[in-house]
Design a protein around this ligand. Structure first.
Ligand code: VNL
Length: 388
């Protein structure tokens, strides 16, 4: 393992040296996403948003032709790392982007550092990711950022005893920890913390346990794409009938699936940074254009992370005029502040992480469609995970 890494380091070192000479008038973006397998909806959403951004903003920036290279890592971190290596060494990409899940982002971080290639994380949301390489910039969100707002809301709304149920890996552990800490601080109580495997989870036995425990609410974090299964089991086990409320980060009422979840989803309160129903002019245009280009598909929070990630890359390229390599590009990514379809956002120059508004939302039926309707907002939320 050490030896392999070392050889990789040599290959990267020699190729970054010749890379400058091989530079022509193209600017290459290596987009690594899960296009197949359990996280395929995340790949589909992000790729569609990236292509929309390019269609709307052109493929020539600062005199350079943008070339997008999309690779499917099937959400396996070993594949992500291998693909990133190939993209840097063989294709000489200027930027790495995408990263559907935390393990994929963490596996790639050393490659970004060694090759001085900016790495734009558009999906993965464990707090610590941006600390894994000084070349990482994030345009998605963090789980602590999304979870804390809900832990402030819950006890003021009759929810005191909560069982948590999270996917057993980085973002789930973050959600569990930060939700619990804040709820406890607010006088509430997490009576039990359940963790389900990331791959092929069976929620039924866990939900049966929750039903027997009869908390005021069940707090859920599952990654994008898994929410519908939770919702279905929640109803089938009769938890809603038993008066147990379902709350969570917005991953569970993901806009990619929400409309097919049915009545069980109505009334579910979540906290998150993006809803397709966000009532701004910019978002309305975004949702409409996205649907038009993708057979009516509704963009979810993954799409917006991809769209804004492209914005960050394009503007950095304009500012650095395509000169100065990865370091100049990275410097021009830091501190960007702009309006996104989600609302105002900014890339904190110190942490390279996203600072943004977090909304409380409730699932409602609007014109026969299910939406996360925003009813409150906490402005300019920094990742609470960074203070630890
Ligand atoms: C992650 C976080 C992935 C939140 C997600 O969906 C998500 C991650 C794929 O960091 O792995 O909704």
């Amino acid at each position: 393992m050490q030896k392999r890494l070392f050889l990789h380091a040599i290959a990267l070192a020699s190729l970054t040296a010749t890379g400058a000479m091989a530079q022509d008038n193209t600017f290459k973006i290596g987009l690594i996403l899960p296009m197949t397998g359990q996280q395929a909806t995340t790949g589909r959403q992000i790729e569609a948003a990236v292509r929309l951004y390019m269609a709307q903003n052109g493929d020539t920036v600062a005199g350079k032709k943008i070339q997008l290279i999309v690779k499917d890592d099937t959400s396996l971190p070993d594949a992500t790392r291998r693909l990133a290596q190939e993209l840097v060494v063989n294709d000489k990409v200027n930027v790495l982007a995408g990263f559907g899940i935390t393990p994929s982002a963490l596996a790639t971080a050393p490659i970004a550092t060694q090759s001085k290639t900016p790495m734009v994380v558009m999906a993965a949301a464990t707090s610590s990711i941006t600390q894994a390489s000084p070349y990482i910039v994030r345009t998605s969100f963090t789980l602590p950022q999304a979870s804390v707002a809900l832990a402030d809301w819950a006890p003021k709304n009759g929810i005191k005893k909560v069982v948590t149920l999270v996917s057993d890996y980085g973002p789930g552990i973050d959600a569990e920890k930060f939700f619990k800490e804040r709820l406890t601080f607010n006088g509430g109580q997490v009576t039990e913390s359940l963790r389900v495997p990331l791959r092929g989870p069976d929620f039924a036995p866990f939900l049966q346990k929750v039903r027997d425990a009869k908390p005021d609410a069940l707090f859920v974090f599952v990654p994008s794409g898994a929410g519908a299964a939770v919702m279905k089991q929640f109803a089938e086990r009769g938890l809603d009938k038993a008066g147990i409320k379902l709350i969570g980060t917005g991953d569970v009422t993901d806009d990619d699936q929400l409309n097919d979840m049915g009545d069980v989803a109505v009334g579910v309160v979540t906290s998150h940074h993006y809803s397709a129903a966000h009532p701004s002019a910019m978002n309305k245009k975004f949702v409409e254009a996205f649907g038009k280009a993708n057979k009516g598909l509704r963009p979810n929070f993954m799409a917006v992370g991809g769209y804004d990630g492209m914005r960050v890359i394009y503007e950095a390229l304009k500012t650095s005029k395509g000169q100065g390599g990865g370091d100049a590009l990275l410097a021009a990514m830091k501190g960007q502040i702009f309006e996104s379809p989600r609302g105002k956002m900014f890339i904190d120059a110190q942490t390279r992480d996203v600072v943004q508004d977090i909304y409380l939302r409730k699932v409602e039926r609007k014109d026969g469609q299910l939406y996360n309707v925003e009813f409150d907002v906490i402005k300019d939320v920094k990742d609470p995970g960074k203070a630890k």
